[in-house]
Structure formats: structure tokens, C-alpha cells
Design a protein around this ligand. Sequence first.
Ligand code: B1N
Length: 833
Amino acid sequence: SSASGPSSESTPEQTRSHSRTGMDPDSIRRGIVDHLRYSIGRPAATLRPEHYYRALALAVRDRMQDNRVASTRTSLELGHKVVCYFSAEFLMGPQLGVNLLDLGIEAAAATALAELGQDLDEVLACEEEPGLGNGGLGRLAACYLDSLATLERPAIGYGIRYEYGIFDQEIRDGWQVEKTDNWLVAGNPWEIAKPDVSYRVGWRGYSEHYRDAGDVDRVRWVPGRVLRGVAYDTPVQGYDVRTCNVLTLWSAHAVDSFALAAFNTGDYYKAVEDEVNSETVTKVLYPNDEPEAGKRLRLLQQYFFVSCSLQHILHILDDLAGTSVRALPERFAVQLNDTHPSIAVAELMRLLVDERRLDWDEAWAITVATFGYTNHTLLPEALETWPLAMFDESLPRHLEIIYEINRRFLDEVRAAFPGDEARLRRMSLIGEEGGKTVRMAHLATVGSHAINGVAALHTELLEHSVLADFYQLWPERFGNKTNGVTPRRFLARANPGLRELLDATIGPGWLTDLDRLRELEPFADDPTFQRQWREVKRGNKARLARYVHEHTGIELNPDWLFDIQVKRIHEYKRQHLNVLHIVTLYHRLKQDPDATIAPRAFVFGGKAAPGYFLAKRIIKLINAVGERVNNDPDVNRFLRVAFVPNFNVQNAELIYPAADLSEQISTAGKEASGTGNMKFMMNGALTIGTLDGANVEIRDEAGPENFFLFGRTADEVEQIKRDGYRPADYVDGNPELAAVLGLIGDGTFTHGDTEVLRPVVDNLYRDDPFLVLADYAAYLEAQERVSAAWADSAGWTRMSIYNSARSGKFSSDRAIAEYCDDIWDVGPVPVPK
Ligand code: B1N
């Protein structure tokens, strides 16, 4: 195997864009025509938009490849440090539109296609998005790759090339139905297979002690099974720069069958069977937003991509003349996106100590200097642990290494806190409660020089709850990095109307310097600008209404208030609190035939983990209430409810810009950050939200007068739980709430069926682990404030403008600049044009 390092032998002239990859409409048209003929090979008479999509994508990829070659040479030859972002998920979304934007060739491509009788929008719609992630964590990784390239920082994303991404969601009779996402069937024009970039990955087996030639005690791992990982590279273009980075995803295969023949009798069928078994490792993404405990295949997926990636990095280092492995932390910064890649800490130690024969202390210093760890959740059920027995069977040598890391680490704790046995037990890498486990968050923390949370509140809670003991030992290693999202995709691409208005109002430059949106503030009360602002929003709402109608049959009026909650379905995110509000309004309208309210369209979207019983009932609840509300003439003049099936990056780009109101109503202390909240804000939605995750900072930036706050604080939530929360008390004290729960339970929304929604009602009444009922009254009161504010159109528009204008902090460019300065020590490396 060989690294894809500085291997290209081409001269500088060859890497510049020649006419073959020119950026003008003529060159692009020639590129399309060439690819239609040589890469796609269909008779002209049978060409359809999807063939033009593929041809244009390949032509665009060619242009990025020129930049990629130039970027690799610049960063490696000049000896710059490279960011390696390790993530089990990259939710990249459709690529063509953003790549055209980044290269500055949207208009040229539209012209080229028009000359060929094709419409760019129709061609763009042909793309099947790679759904290699569950939600916020995977999308964050994709936004960060975008910002790294745009800020001209050399970077490689490393992950898994799942053959099946997150399932496609259909809604049948109100229920979620999962369909497999075979996203590669039509081919993927963005990736380049690198069969020569391939590494072996072992598992199972045993470790063996031996003496090397110098009579030194050594350990080697003798794996029982071996897989092969093959790299697939996708270029990641920066906006308006030459920098083009790469996302390297690993695909699992069997070791070559000829190699296998050397060890056994050359059984052909056995070889094929091995191939099939090996390939299951990268077959499918686990569709849980919070991990399912102890799935062996998931551990193997994690180890597989981490081992390939680290071997690749060491290989690049070997290829750099005169660079020893000791220079690793000077040349590479490896960020662990949650604990999913945290086995990297043990794997790097194994590579350095067992294979490169460094002594332990030196290897450990290199390891800690190389890794950073980002935590994304405090939910105890989401903290990854592996049953010790399974871990030992799968990765026996790694377990030994973890024991040794732990032994030395606990000595350090003992020295810092003498006689504190309870602390040792709490901090150990091995958990003892309820069967022994390996605690991956502890491994990631101990193995990293920098540990961060993803919003100010989250980092604070991390330092004082889940990782408090570690914070007390190494306070200097902890810090906050509030999440961000890319304005290229979520503003410029998603909201072309607003993009145009911004260009016309404050001039160019804001897209790479989002704080400049503040220049909108002087226009916030300008009647002309306000009218333009409302026209853009109305256009976006009409666009979403068309999409909703096409996919659900439900009609939404773009003049109504669009009240939107899109995110994974989870109890802590409290979609059911939103439903309680809707049912309350329904109830009021039914009780009083003369009642009127400001009309609202409630839009939901999101997938439930296939095994998450209550989340699936919540989807049924939303659809059941929707069906009733939408068809009842007493209420459908004021209320509509739509559930957008299969929420994904593609339809997200239609949804965020259409929102008037963004629902961010998680139980305080539970949502680490949220990133949808930022996408809504940029696009001028007002937020109704709790003091949770990044909502706190959104409110600080927007100004409290431009944010609808409600609900218990994280401290109050803890206090209520300590005091013994009794949700039934809230029902007994609130007749309206009792009536609302009664309607849900009595079959009103389910054609008389009193069983279907019973589990949701019972759960709230008896347990309500996320304090839905405790926050119900405050939520209703906040929604009253929303309605009052909406009645004043100029006032609402001003607040909407302020929200966009003050969203600059939530650009992923800001977040990535902080990571680069505070954790990675990686500066800009401009690639000459
Ligand atoms: O990561 C996002 C945050 O904005 C969200 O608040 C947070 O919930 C999300 C196991 C996760 N935390 N943990 C996960 C995903 C997949 C999986 O298998 C856990 N996702 C988050 C970005 O910081």
C-alpha cells in the first residue's frame, strides 16, 4: 500500500487550469459534452437530466482536482501542519450546487446547460445526497470541512464509506416506515477510488511477548482476522479560494485472495465468503442519534476507520523526506468527533510502541500532543462504553494498552489526590458498575491535550458534571468551542432571494465574514427594506408550501405564521410539547366557536431511530393531530399541521429559509448545542426556546427582546428532579392541560382508537423524564407572546432582520478559526491561483 502523499510528479504548469478545465461557459459545456461521450456513453437521443447531472458533476470534479493537486503540493512541500478530522459521520448533503458556488461558476454552468437544452435546477434536483450521518454531529463535520477549506487550512476528513446511509423515511398512515438508502446504486461522481491507498486492519486474536534483536521485551498482536480498507477520496472545495481539501472515506474488503491462498488450500468459495463477510463492516450506518449499547460491529467499524486513517497519516509522514514519526504532532492535528473514533488513542499507542518501537513515555507524549477530543452529549445513556469481554475478544492488544494507560493515569490521580479512592473509581478507564466496561469518554479525555464542549452552557456542564474530575485534574486542557454552520450552504445556496438582497444592501464580502451582516441593522426599520425582506420570506414560504403539498397533499398558506420544528425525534427535544400547544389551540377553537387566532402553519420533520418506541409514537401523534386539524373546518381556517417526510440536507435547505418561528424547546441541560437553531436564525426566523445549548448564545447575540424565552433552567431542572418530580401534579393543577391530554388519549385524533397514543400520554403522566408538563404553562405563555408580536408586522420584521444581522457568530468560519488557533495551531496556507 502507498500513501497519496506528495506523489504527483506534475509540473506547476500542469496543475493550473488549462482550457480543458476552464471556468467559462464554453469550457464547461465542452467538459459536459466530453463526459457525456467518454464517461457516460449514452446515445444523444436517450440523454435525460440525470445524465447531464453526472456529466456536469464530473466536469466540476475535474476543476476541483486541479485545485486539489495544487493544494496538496503547497501544504506538503512547504511543511505545513494538516488538520485530520476523525468522524464516524459526515452528512455532506448534495454537492453540485455548493461546488458551483465555491468555484464561482453557477452562472457559467447554467449557461452551458442552457446551450445544451437543459435547466440547471432540474439537473441539480437529480443528485442523491450521501446520508452518511444521523443529524447534527454528522452535519457539523461537513460544515467544518467547508470552513477549513474556505479558511485555506490544509485538512483531511477521515470517515467510513457506508454503503447504506441513514434510512429513507416514508410516512404511511401516520407511521414512520424505514426504507434502505442504497445511495451508491446510481454511482457517485464525486468520489475517486484509490485502490492503491489500502491498509490492513486486524481484529481478534491474541498478543504475544517476545524479545527483539536488541534483547528488548516487546509485544506484538497476532490478529485472528484481517480486513483491508480502501480509500475513496472526495474533494472539498473552499469558497472563492484555490484550496481544495479532501474527505477520505474507507471501504472494507477482504484481504486479497491470492494472499489468502498462501495460508490455506486456496479455497475459492471461502475467499468469496470472506469478501462478503469483510464488506459487512462498512455496509450500514447505525441509525441512532444516541448509541445503541454494545454492538460489536459498531466497535469494529470504529476501529476499522481509525486504524486505516492513522496508518495513512503515518505513511504520509514516512514519505516526507527526513521526517521522523516523532514529528507527528508538529505535522498533524487529529480531532476526535465525539468518542466514536476514540479507540485511536490506543491504536496510535500500539502503532508507536509495538510497530515503531518507541518507548512508552515518548509514544504517550506524541499521542496526547496529537489528539483533541470534542464531546457532543451529556446524556448518560449516550456515553459510549463497551462490555469488557467483548472488547477483549475483539481488540485484545488494545485492551492491554488501555490497562497500561489506566495504570499510569491512576498513579497520576493518586499523586494529585492522595487517599481519594472514590475519585479513582470514578475516573478509571474501566467502569465497574453493572459488569465491567471500557469508558470511551475517559479514554478520549486522558489521551487528548484539548477537550471541548460545543456550546458555552454545555462546556460548563461538562466541566462540572460528566468530566468534573478530569477538569479538576487538568483545567487548562478544557475549553469551549461553540458550534457553527456554513453560510455558504445554509444561507447563500438555501436562500438565493436573501443572498441577492444582502448583496444589494451591504455589498459583497459577507459570505466569508458573516459578522458583516451587522451592517443590516440600520435598515431594520426602513419600510422599503422591510418590504423587500418580507417578500423574500414570503417567496421562501411559497416554495416550501409547494414542496409540502407535493409530498403530503397538505396545503399551507404562505401568509400564515410558519412555526417549524425539524430535528431528530427524541423525547428530550420535546416535539410532544409542541403538539400539546397545537392541541390546546384546537381545544380552544372547538370550545368557543367565536374564537379567532392568528393563523399558523406548524411544520415538523425528523427521523426516529428505528428501535425508539416512543419517538415513533410521537411521529404518529403529530400526524394524527395533523390529520384531524387539517380536515376540520372549525379549525383549519386557523391551524394546519404538516409532517415533512424524510427530513434531510436537501429538503432542509427549503425548510430553514421558510420559517418565521424556530422551535428550540429541549429540556434545559440536555441539548449540547443544536445547529438547526443557527440555520433558522441566519435565515431570519425568531426563536422560541429554552436556555439550552447554543440557544443561550443565540439569545445573547440577538438581544433578549428578539427571542421568546421560556422554561426551567438547567439548574431548576436538576432541582425539580432531586425534589422528586410528580408530573401528575401539573395535570391536576391545570384543567386545560388535563383536557388536552384527555383529547389525545380518548381517540379524538385516532378515529376512536384509545390505545395508539396511550403510551405517550401515560409516559407524560407517570414519568415525564424531560419535564414536558412542568414547562407546559410557560411554553403556552411564550406562544402568546409570539402571537402578539406577529400581529405587529413591522415589529416582527424588525426582529427578524435583527436575528439575521446578529447571526455572524454562528458561522462555522468563526468556530473553525477558534479550533485552529486554540487547539490545532494551524494557520492559513494560501494556494497560489
Ligand atoms: O451533536 C450536535 C449538537 O448540536 C447536538 O446538540 C448533539 O445532540 C449532537 C451518537 C450522536 N450528540 N451526540 C450525537 C450522534 C450519533 C451517535 O451515534 C451520538 N449527536 C450529538 C453537534 O455538536
